[in-house]
Structures are given as C-alpha cells and as structure tokens.
Design a binder for this molecule. Structure first.
Ligand code: NZQ
Ligand code: ZN
Length: 388
C-alpha cells in the first residue's frame, strides 16, 4: 500500500426510520435552521412533512431555501448564501440528492466568506481559513456519495465551467440515510445514480498501484454489489435489500475509504463535468456514454487491471483468450450492462452539439492519475466517437 492519511468527519445514521429517531437530537443546538431542498420531490413523497414536523415540534425557526436544480449553479449558491446570512441561520439542513447536498456545502462556505469565493476556492486549490456554517444532510437519492465527503460540484454558467474538489471542511456534520426515502426516485434517475456509483469505483480502481492492495479488493466486491443491487432494484424498486445496499455502496464509493493508497483517475468525471457545463446533461447518463469508449482508449496501458476487471467483476472465464481479448471482453460486458439499464450511449442523446465538442474537449481537466494521460486532442477524438 502507498502511504496515506485517512479521516472522515461525517457521522452517519443509516436505516429505516433514522430521521424520526435522530433528527431532533442532531439539531438541538440550532435555533434557526435553513431547510434546503430541490424542485419539490420532497413535498410529493412526504419527506418534507416528516422533516418539518420534527423541526417545528422542537421549536425551530425554519427558513426555506428551495428550487435547487440538478447541476446546481453558482448563482444558486450565492442566493443560498444571501438567505443564510440574512436569516442568521445556525445550520443548514440539506434534504435531497447530490445537487442539493453540493449546493448546500457551497452555501455553507460562501455564507461565511467575505471574499470572492469562486476565485478563491473553486478556481484554485488551497486552504480557506473560514469555518463553514454547520451542515447536516438527509439523503433522498443514492449516487454521488456527497453525504460523506467534502465535494461540492458547482456549475459557473457564465464561465461554462463545472468543477469541484474534495475539501474536508465541507464534510457534513451528520448524514441521515433512510433507504425508504429513495423508493420514490424515478427509475431513470435511480439507474443513472447507480451508474454514478459504479463510475466512482471504476475511476478509482483503474489507476495504480496495481500490486495486491486492500482498496482494489474492496472495490471488486463493491462493483459486484452495485451490479447485483441495481438489477434487483430495476426488477423491484421497493426491494429494501437492494435499495439499502445501493445507498451504502454510494457512500462507500465516495467516503475516501477506497481511494486510500490509490492514485485515482477521474478523467471521465472531468469530461462529463464539462459536458454538463455545456449541455446541463444528467451526470450519470454522461458518464455512461463516456466510460466504455474511454476505456477502449486506455486499456492497453492498464492491461493487467482490465483483465482482473473482466474476471473478478464480470466473471468472464479466461478460456483461450489472450490478455487483450479478456480485457476487451470486460469492457464489452460493461457496455452491455449500460445498455441493459437503458442508459444513453451517445452524446447526441444528451443534447450535445457536434460543433461544441472541440471547445468542450479543450476545457476538460487532464487527470494526473490515469493509466494513460489524455491530451485535449484525444478527448476530442473520444467525444467524436461517442457522438452518435
Ligand atoms: O429536485 P428534486 O425535486 O428533489 O428532484 C430530484 C432531481 O430531479 C430527484 N430526486 C432526488 N431524490 C428524490 C428525487 N425524486 C423523487 N424522489 C426522491 N427521493 O432526482 C433528480 C436528480 O437529483 P440530483 O440531486 O441532481 O441527482 P444526483 O444525486 O445524481 O446529483 C447530481 C449532482 O451531483 C454532482 C453531479 O455532478 C451533479 O451536479 N456530483 C457530486 C459529487 C460529490 N459531491 O461528491 C460527485 C459526483 O461525481 C458528482 O459530480
Ligand atoms: Zn460522479
């Protein structure tokens, strides 16, 4: 194993009924709670009422911050920061999926920071001395794993940049994960969120070092689990076993555990984020289009890992296959799984314009941890291959 430092400061409460059981205790020190949510699913599925009842029965002043969109914008972050300041909120309670959680992490920092938070935080690495406003999250959709990391992926519409980084101070103080809350997630979002989980694991797995290590072993088990549980949840969305496994697999993929000792790739995420900045496409759908094509570009540089993937994740027998044939069979199995889930296979389906592809490619970050370091020209080639 390579050297590492591990810490995760978020306290997780997992399971059926956890919001009813723990929320009042977790908010006991806050007089004014800023309740943040997205486009209204929480009102339709009863989660809003359940949370509001608890906050009101414990005497909180509740200030609402609603309408957080998928792929949250910097303008929305600044709106939330203004509400948090003007209401003098003691804490933010984010109820939703990755977009709501990410937006609220960004708000928690922007509300307490006096400078230009885009230039000083999103546009460059480095430390911000400001302590963010305390944040707690109630997760309603499995996918990003945002509940247990410091990542806040924000779209700056003016600059056409979608970006984020894992900043430990932005880890939520607590995360409440009730798998029953995810039952109402539409099938298309359940599947794209599920693919996002798989993507996070693959982006970590397909990077050095390749000698025996605990992180790769855990990841193979997690990938097999995500594939099994997504299939079961597609068959029966109310399958508690499947939904609860997916919820924890989502957290496990992004709570830093599997990244220990790994270089990590995340080039597909770099590409998808910029596609999102230009098209506002669904995150998991963008990843589904890119992964198989990207892997066909890089597998030769990481051949032994792609062979392991085929054998240990997809159960493909060696037969008489060469390493190269086996590696490609694993990538084909991934592409077949994407098709089985009904996820898109082309950038055209995501709404990308062919004429924009070169600019999008040129705006993508280049990963330092990938098996094969991309160039903007090769990313442009990948986009063209994915187009239709
Ligand atoms: O807005 P509402 O009405 O709540 O509806 C949402 C939204 O339309 C709906 N939804 C969520 N929970 C639901 C539900 N509908 C019914 N019942 C429920 N229980 O689902 C739709 C999508 O929600 P969203 O939060 O946008 O999805 P997701 O969780 O996939 O988050 C995507 C965002 O997270 C970023 C992505 O780039 C994207 O901006 N990411 C964040 C990461 C992180 N912080 O670590 C890592 C990821 O790689 C990713 O980049
Ligand atoms: Zn992702």
């Amino acid at each position: 194993m390579n050297n590492f430092i591990f810490q995760n400061s978020t306290k997780v409460y997992f399971g059926k009924g956890c919001v009813k059981e723990y929320l009042s205790c977790l908010t006991k020190d806050a007089g004014i709670v800023m309740l943040a949510y997205g486009g209204g699913s929480v009102k339709r599925n009863g989660v809003y009422d359940e949370v509001m009842d608890i906050l009101q029965s414990t005497g909180k002043t509740v200030v609402e911050f609603s309408g957080i969109m998928a792929n949250p914008t910097y303008a929305k972050v600044m709106e939330g920061a203004r509400i948090a300041r003007e209401s003098d909120a003691d804490m933010i309670l984010a109820v939703g999926g990755g977009s709501v959680m990410d937006c609220c992490k960004a708000v928690s920092l922007a509300a307490r920071y006096d400078g230009d938070i885009w230039n000083d935080f999103w546009a460059q690495p480095g430390v911000i001395e400001t302590e963010p406003l305390p944040l707690g999250v109630i997760v309603t959709a499995a996918g990003t794993g945002s509940e247990c990391n410091g990542g806040a992926v924000i779209t700056n519409e003016e600059l056409r940049v979608k970006t984020g980084r894992d900043y430990p101070k932005l880890n939520p103080r607590f995360a409440l994960l009730d798998p029953v809350y995810t039952y109402s997630v539409p099938a298309s979002q359940m599947v794209s969120g599920g693919f996002d989980i798989l993507s996070h694991i693959m982006e970590t797995y397909f990077s050095g070092p390749d000698e025996d290590n605990v992180s790769d072993d855990i990841m193979e088990a997690l990938m097999r689990g995500v594939i099994r549980d997504l299939r079961a949840a597609v068959r029966n969305p109310m399958d508690y076993t499947a939904r609860s496994n997916l919820m924890w697999e989502s957290t496990m993929a992004e709570n830093r555990v599997i990244k220990m000792g790994k270089r990590c790739d995340f080039e597909c995420h770099n590409m998808e984020h910029q596609l999102g900045a230009y098209t506002d496409c669904n995150h998991g759908c963008g990843l589904a289009v890119l992964h198989p094509v990207y892997y066909r570009h890089i597998y030769r540089e990481g051949l032994s890992k792609f062979v392991r993937f085929a054998e240990n994740v997809w159960g493909i027998p060696r037969g008489g296959k060469t390493d190269e044939q086996l590696a490609l069979a694993g990538i084909d199995a991934l592409a077949a799984f994407i098709a089985e889930l009904g996820l898109p296979a082309t950038l055209k389906e995501l709404g990308a314009k062919y004429d924009d592809l070169e600019n999008i490619a040129n705006s993508c970050g280049i990963s330092q941890g990938s098996y094969k370091k991309m160039t903007h020209e090769e990313i442009f080639d990948i986009f063209k291959e994915c187009y239709e």
